[in-house]
Ligand binder design. Structure first.
Ligand code: ASP
Length: 325
């Protein structure tokens, strides 16, 4: 077994998370959840587990966690429905799987992984993706499973204002916040979640799962399930999982651009992530961030918003969690 210390990083969405409105108790819950999930993935990696298994485990836990669940509590579309997207990529052999527009699969990342393992296709959408998940024996739920009152109230506020909002955009979340009196943790929970990892064997992987953006048009697909936009992994360079205004991440091929800058322009991971997050994305109005790990174990958790729910652990060191800058 090689001596590479494994690395795991996770995110639970980026946005204008206002320090002023984030109650101390809510912040503690986020830190505890991020810590516990990172620890579980770290243990798997330390026992020799693969980066692919570690990222899928972390994203499943994020999907299941009431604070970050990209399933239960997912944002609503304009039509008050849910459409969930997810992707996974194995840097060892560039295998990838993704699903878009799911409304009955409890853990979309499992469906993405099943698509990858099946190998015939990379991206399945809508009814066909759900039929595939059902065939594979994945847990199915009624769409109401994903709904929460807080998310419905959020949709109504955002829809009334005629906007499409990032899940963690405080401008949307705090809008009429007092009048609604929605608990902060309820109103802020769920969003795009993701994980990247380097395992002891030198392999990289990335996984991402999301409910998308509040008030999105039915049928809209964001960056998360698009390989190269919201998710990418290549052992020669890095593993990347993004969160933010998906349309802009698609337009700059954000996750792939990080890897391409490293491979073709010899940029370091930090330089490549900085170029994408601080320059390419803002140049077209893109908000958000990404987490990335390279083959040497360097990490970048970059964002151009006020905050990003994030955590990482290197080797056997204690996980580090953060929300704001
Ligand atoms: N990137 C996601 C999307 O556009 C949203 C998010 O990161 O919260 O679907």
């Amino acid at each position: 077994m090689s001596s590479i210390p494994p690395v795991i990083a996770i995110h639970g969405g980026a946005g204008t998370i206002s320090a002023a409105t984030l109650a101390p108790d809510a912040a503690r819950g986020y830190h505890e959840a991020l810590h516990a999930i990172t620890l579980a993935a770290q243990r798997l990696l330390l026992s020799g587990g693969s980066a692919l298994d570690a990222t899928c485990l972390a994203v499943e836990m994020l999907e299941d966690c009431p604070l970050f669940n990209a399933g239960h509590g997912a944002v609503f579309t304009h039509e008050e429905t849910h459409e969930l997207d997810a992707a996974v990529m194995d840097g060892a052999d560039l295998r990838a799987g993704a699903v878009a527009g799911l409304s009955h699969v409890r853990r979309p990342v499992r469906a993405a992984r099943a698509v990858m393992e099946d190998g015939a296709h990379v991206l399945l959408a809508g009814a066909g993706a759900e039929a595939f998940a059902r065939e594979r024996g994945l847990e199915m739920v009624e769409p109401a499973y994903f709904s929460t009152d807080a998310r419905r109230a959020q949709l109504h506020r955002v829809r009334d204002a005629g906007r499409v909002a990032l899940d963690h955009d405080a401008a949307a979340l705090a809008f009429n916040f007092q009048r609604e009196q929605a608990p902060l943790d309820e109103d802020r929970k769920m969003g795009t979640v993701g994980a990247v990892a380097l395992d002891m064997h030198g392999h990289l992987a990335a996984a991402t799962s999301t409910g998308g953006m509040t008030n999105k048009r039915v049928g809209r697909v964001g960056d998360s399930p698009l390989i190269g936009a919201g998710t990418y992994a290549d052992d020669r360079t890095a593993a990347v999982s993004c969160t933010g205004s998906g349309e802009m991440f698609i337009r700059v091929a954000a996750a792939y651009d990080v890897c391409a800058r490293m491979r073709y322009a010899n940029q370091s991971l930090a330089e490549a992530c900085d170029a994408v997050v601080m320059h390419s994305l803002p140049a077209i109005g893109g908000n958000g961030g990404l987490i990335a790990v390279d083959r040497q174990g360097h990490l970048s958790l970059a964002f151009n918003t006020e905050g990003m729910y994030r955590a990482h652990a290197r080797g056997a060191e204690a996980p580090v969690t953060a929300i704001h800058r």
